[in-house]
Design a protein around this ligand. Sequence first.
Ligand code: ZN
Length: 265
Amino acid sequence: MTPRDPMACQDSQSPQAVQQHEGQLTASVPHVVVITGIGMSAESGRFHFRDAEHGLCKNFDPAEWATTQAWQIAQARLWAWYEWRRAKVMAAQPSAGHLALAALEQKCKVTVITQNVDDLHERAGSTKVIHLQGSLFAPRCIACHQPGQFASDPMPPDEVLGEIDPPTCKHCGSKIRPGVVWFGESLSEDAWRQATEALASADVLLIVGCSGTLEAARGLPMIAEERGALYVVIDPDEAPCAKSYFDQLWRANPADALDKILELL
Ligand code: ZN
């Protein structure tokens, strides 16, 4: 374990960062916890709501549509937007970074805590994935909160429909809503509990593709820090890194960095 180095941000900005840190990871690591953000899925496509080019977003701020208020007044439009986003994800493939992270499970216990709502970690083969902000693939009843079913596969992403009626709950007859956390809503208590439990037993914490910010996951790294876990930030962007007490900052893309970690563990 290396001593914490608050200047690591300044020391590790070259593409050679992967090589520089070689040998600094311990040889046997029982539990690696990885927090991923939008940068993790960037190589697979652009389907974050901020990137979405669906017609619904052209005249409105998507952030205003990801709310319960929008659902109350425009269910069919909102459901169509989420179906379009689901179609975009289904048309995408896991990136080399997703695959490298899944391959880490060959070496050690891995828990993925993601701020993303896509299913690319699961499709890459990761078996323990916690979705802090919900999932495009886990719709639920607006009233009784039971898991819901999609009526069908979504239309191809190039066939944009302005309105689609959401399906109906088979338990209570209410409408099924998207499974993502909307603005103004609390994160899932169950997801948060699972995340905190994982971090409480982390030996290594990797922050991947979060561009220096931890939105939903803010506060979580502290749990692993207090335990003394090796804290590594992986981010190719020159965005200012979150000034936290990480041990290492790797200015490398997720696939290269995770491939190297796979080698080292
Ligand atoms: Zn219901």
